[in-house]
Design a protein around this ligand. Structure first.
Ligand SMILES: Cc1cc2nc3c(=O)[nH]c(=O)nc-3n(C[C@H](O)[C@H](O)[C@H](O)COP(=O)(O)OP(=O)(O)OC[C@H]3O[C@@H](n4cnc5c(N)ncnc54)[C@H](O)[C@@H]3O)c2cc1C
Length: 509
């Protein structure tokens, strides 16, 4: 006779925190798990939903909208959303430098490989080639103020879902909340104050303000930098990345936007960090991400004002934000999953926060079982998410490492900050062969690395053999065809301001 009792199973999942991650998690869970089998509750304190600065995504958000069967124009209307096709980096390499990170394939793939090795081979043979980024359709769309869609039919950018958004992040959380509530998610108003654990260490119940309690079989921590369940309750150690990424503060401001809305983010290097410019429909979000090791709040605000001399900010009240840079050692421990800022964060240079939440939930949904048996899944999840976070940290740190600025103590230190052994190895491989090991990469494809490296004037010693084996004429033919195709596609891309979502906002404003 089998005396083992069947596990009770998961019939209630409670999510602590209702920012972008909390509501995104709730909406994705509710779309996957039948409501009559398992209830989902979000515990949300009153007040703003998240940090509320203008934010940006990377292209993965397009697939989330498809999963929700949501109309992207409707989402943009709700969040003052605009399109983002690239990031433009100003003054990062040295004063006056200007390089781009456009999304999507650069021109075309040849034999399933990025254009870069062939471009490099042509360069090595002394042939006249355009800068690498000039083969990107996304780059040309940015320069000409176009959105990702053709006026009629599907554009190559739309077909490959290689575009992203800028939005008001608080409004995005509100929109996700609507998606979740419509799918049957329950809402409890209040903040988690403490948790009760059973003898095996699992969280059984949380005490919420005003004497309420919430009992659940599984908890998801979306409480932001507080990390109330993963860090505070389970005492999971936080691994700081302050030695890799020096920026740990931001000061944000918002100004009225112009009639033209650039379809790209600008990142401009300043004395102790960098400034973002995120174009929404009627506003431009501005923020200075800086390192408190090098300047005070007062100096940061002065430098921020000097960077935008056209604005009179003398009467403005600056908003300072502290950033907890690093990640938890575990992302899933006992019956608690951490998603979003409660799991980890790195500065917003490549706008990866929301992407990391999305991937975290997607992977969880592939591994999770309502039967409540998940030890192997938990181990796999923890190692996969740790790798993803570490990879993204490396990609962001690479931007600093490539800088040649040594005009301030911050830039000297940021350029020389310790690199992980994985990034060191990848850069050595690139220098030697022009190739990156990208088989496992999740957040950014090899094209992104090539844009940042080539844009930063860091070219490998030689092109790989397979690219040198192709004839000059063949490669030149491909490069010329890309230029012609981009020209043709560009003519059909609709102006950014005519996008349905932007028009709908303007009509409803
Ligand atoms: C300066 C800055 C700029 C950023 N820019 C970008 C960007 O461009 N792109 C991007 O993808 N990401 C960006 N991010 C990150 C992005 O803001 C977050 O990844 C995203 O908002 C998800 O956050 P979250 O929901 O995990 O946390 P938060 O947005 O902080 O939300 C946490 C929620 O938990 C609630 N809470 C707190 N304590 C408790 C408690 N005890 N009980 C219950 N609830 C609680 C809070 O009230 C809040 O509603 C940026 C972050 C910063 C700091």
């Amino acid at each position: 006779m089998n005396n083992q009792t069947e596990p009770r199973g998961v019939r209630h999942i409670a999510i602590a925190g209702g920012g972008t991650s909390g509501w995104m998690t709730a909406a994705m869970l509710a779309r996957t798990i039948p409501r009559d089998v398992c209830q989902i509750t979000v515990i949300e304190p009153p007040g703003p939903r998240g940090i509320g600065v203008g934010e940006a995504s990377i292209p993965s958000l397009v697939s989330l909208l498809k999963r929700f069967q949501a109309d992207e124009a409707e989402m943009m209307r709700a969040c003052e959303g605009t399109y983002k096709l690239a990031i433009r980096f100003l003054d990062w390499i040295d004063a006056g430098s200007d390089h781009w990170h456009p999304f999507g394939v650069c021109g075309a793939k040849i034999d399933g490989r990025d254009l870069f090795p062939w471009w490099m081979a042509q360069r090595q043979r002394g042939e006249a080639v355009l800068p690498y980024h000039e083969y990107s359709l996304h780059y040309h769309a940015c320069i000409h103020g176009r959105g990702p869609h053709f006026a009629q039919g599907a554009s190559p950018i739309a077909e490959t879902q290689s575009y992203a958004f800028h939005f008001n992040a608080e409004a995005l959380a509100g929109w996700l909340r609507q998606v979740a509530l419509t799918a049957g998610v329950r809402e409890v108003h209040g903040a988690v104050e403490s948790a009760v654990r059973n003898e095996s260490g699992d969280v059984e119940m949380v005490h919420v303000t005003q004497g309420q309690t919430v009992t659940a079989d599984f908890f998801i921590d979306c409480s932001g930098f507080r990390s109330i369940l993963m860090n505070e309750t389970l005492q999971d150690p936080f691994q700081s990345w302050n030695q890799n990424l020096l920026c740990d503060r931001a000061v944000a401001w918002k100004i009225p936007g112009g009639a033209r809305i650039p379809p790209f983010t600008v990142s401009k290097a300043l004395q102790a960090g960098w400034m973002w410019q995120i174009p929404l429909i009627e506003h431009t979000g501005l923020g200075y991400v800086y390192s408190s090791q090098f300047i005070t709040e007062e100096t940061a605000w002065d430098q921020f004002q000097q960077a935008v001399p056209e604005l009179d900010l003398s009467k403005a009240t600056p908003r300072f934000l502290k950033m907890r840079v690093g990640r938890q050692s575990s992302f899933w421990k006992h019956n608690v999953l951490a998603v979003g800022l409660s799991a980890g964060f790195l500065e917003p240079l490549e706008s990866t926060g929301i992407h990391l939440s999305q991937v975290g939930i997607e992977l969880f949904l592939q591994l999770f079982s309502l039967r409540g048996e998940f030890s192997a899944s938990r181990d796999y999840y923890n190692s996969a998410m740790a790798k993803l976070y570490d990879d993204v940290r490396d990609f962001v740190q690479m931007h600093y490492w490539l800088s040649q600025r040594d005009d301030t103590p911050f830039w000297k230190a940021a350029r020389n900050a310790a690199l992980s052994s994985a990034l060191t190895q990848r850069l050595q491989l690139y220098d030697e062969t022009g190739m990156f090991d990208v088989l496992q990469r999740e957040a950014f494809p090899d094209t992104s690395y090539y844009h940042i490296l080539a844009g930063s004037r860091r070219l490998p010693k030689r092109a790989p053999l397979f690219a040198m084996a192709a004839t000059t004429d063949m490669v030149q033919h491909v490069l010329d065809s890309i230029t012609v195709q981009n020209h043709h596609a560009l003519a059909q891309l609709a102006p950014h301001e005519s996008a349905r979502g932007i028009q709908a906002w303007r009509r409803s404003a």
